[in-house]
Design a protein around this ligand. Structure first.
Ligand code: PHE
Length: 474
């Protein structure tokens, strides 16, 4: 069954690679932030409904487009709708993957830095040790002031505004991503996912146990488990839809590209459900790691926003484990390793979405295509990184380069892309083709097909349109 563009060797490999794409910074960093900002358990409740009702059907649509055409996202749309404007969606998908990768590596680079810092013991009281002289020299300016220097905001700001250190970290992360992509679909993407995803789940398990053991953690559990339905507002619902899209990597060509490597006997509805379950499981467990820990420390608040992971958490590690610094050391080390693994498997899928196109459109070798994408992305990445420091004054519509990329990608291209994918599958594609692809040519039973079709034609596009309009107005 192996064609010359390469396939995933096994169904498990297909599920793990796709789950790797889905599980990313969005689960460990963005999801807890959203839960914190939107009232805890009530948000989770709405989020679960969004995943089941909108997320899984849209993912199935991306899968069927990719698997049916066995080509990169741009060619996939061109093949299914020759000469029609639908192919704009393919172009937008690859373009947005490129754009997202260029700023995803910046945050991933920060994660790498925090991992090094925590392994060096820098985050536990910010003490400089001999072992860590290098890391200390690199970034943590506040480190020699001892206890009163436990100002993680300052450390964070010093680090991100440093002109070269974050760039270096981002480049190291890009290098890792590049190496995996250059090895190809089976021995690069599939093999690394099969190692990294179980590792990630294992680390999550350890962290959940550690976090539950903290004094005062029960308050965090209550926040996550006891919904206060009066907190559900239109805004909460729309945030949940947006989070579901981002977290499942929908509308960026990633899952479509991965599905083009699926074998013909891979069951699309089952795979989509599997990926969504793993993704949701990781997101919720991340909440179980972070909130009991955060609630066990009175000084910090749950709605700290994007700084939650890089400013609030080191604070939590430091205060909560002040009597057991070695436990804090393990907890923070594992936490940033978890974040790094999650970021890496997602970055791989973004990279592959673009590389697959370059490789097939220009008929170059995989190595060359990957190198071109890595270099181009890194160049943009440098600009994104510098926008936190020396280029912070460079703004357009009040946004710096990083914010502009994020805004364009996640608030404009993604929602429109999501709507187009629904309309394409629900209204343009032949219903028989859709049904045949989802049932592997009629050999599988898919009882919910009619429900799926109804959602993809009406419910999903309208829901996404509502988010889009709301986001633009906010
Ligand atoms: N789904 C990923 C996450 O949760 C983000 C991502 C977006 C991954 C786009 C790939 C493509 O972080």
């Amino acid at each position: 069954m192996v064609n010359k563009r390469g396939n995933f060797g096994s169904k498990l490999g297909a599920v793990l690679a796709s789950a790797g794409s889905a599980v990313g910074l969005g689960n460990v960093w963005r999801f807890p932030t959203e839960v914190g900002n939107n009232g805890g358990a009530a948000f989770i409740f709405v989020y679960l409904i969004c995943i089941a009702v909108i997320g899984i059907p849209v993912m199935m649509s991306e899968f069927l487009i990719g698997r049916h055409t066995h080509t990169n996202t741009i060619s996939a749309f061109a093949k299914l709708a020759p000469g029609k404007w639908w192919r704009i969606e393919g172009i937008a998908g690859v373009f947005v993957a490129f754009l997202i990768l260029s700023y995803y590596i910046v945050i991933s680079g920060w994660t790498l830095f925090y991992l090094i810092e925590s392994l060096c013991g820098q985050l536990q009281g910010l003490q400089t040790t001999d072992l860590c002289a290098l890391s200390a020299r690199l970034g943590a300016k506040a480190s020699d002031n001892g206890a009163q220097a436990a100002d993680y905001t300052q450390v964070f700001n010093d680090f991100v505004s440093n002109p070269w250190l974050p760039v270096l970290m981002g480049a190291a992360f890009m290098g890792l991503t590049h190496l995996i992509i250059a090895r190809g679909v089976q021995s690069g993407i599939e093999k690394s996912s099969k190692v990294m995803m179980p590792m990630l789940l294992f680390i999550i398990g350890i962290l959940v146990v550690c976090s539950f053991g903290m004094p005062g953690s029960s308050e965090g559990l209550r926040f996550l488990l006891k919904p206060d339905f009066s907190k559900i507002t239109a805004d909460v619902i729309l945030s949940a839809v947006g989070q579901a899209f981002f977290s499942l990597s929908l509308a960026m060509g990633c899952l479509c590209t991965y599905a083009s490597y699926f074998r013909s006997d891979t069951k699309l509805p089952k795979t989509a459900a599997g990926v969504a379950i793993i993704d949701t499981f990781v997101a919720i467990l991340s909440g179980f790691i972070i909130f009991p820990a955060v609630f066990s420390v009175e000084e910090v608040s749950v709605d700290a926003g994007p700084g939650l992971v890089f400013i609030t958490l080191p604070n939590v590690f430091n205060i909560a484990f002040s009597h057991l610094p070695w436990l804090g050391y393990i907890f923070s080390g594992f936490f940033y390793l978890l974040l790094l693994l999650a970021a890496l498997t997602s970055a791989i899928s973004l990279h592959e979405s673009v590389t697959a196109y370059v490789l097939e459109a220009f008929s170059v070798s995989r190595r060359k295509a990957a190198a071109a994408v890595s270099i181009a992305c890194m160049t943009l990445g440098v600009a994104c990184s510098l926008s936190f420091g020396v280029w912070s004054d460079l703004t357009l519509f009040g946004m710096n380069i990083f914010e502009l990329f994020d805004f364009t990608a996640s608030k404009i291209i993604l929602p429109i892309g999501g709507i187009i994918i629904c309309l394409f599958t629900g209204w343009y594609l032949d219903r028989k083709l859709v049904e045949s692809e989802l049932t592997n040519g009629g050999t599988l039973r898919f009882r919910l097909f009619r429900l799926y079709y109804f959602i993809i034609r009406y419910v999903a596009p309208l829901a996404i349109a509502a988010v889009f309009v709301q986001e633009l107005l906010s």
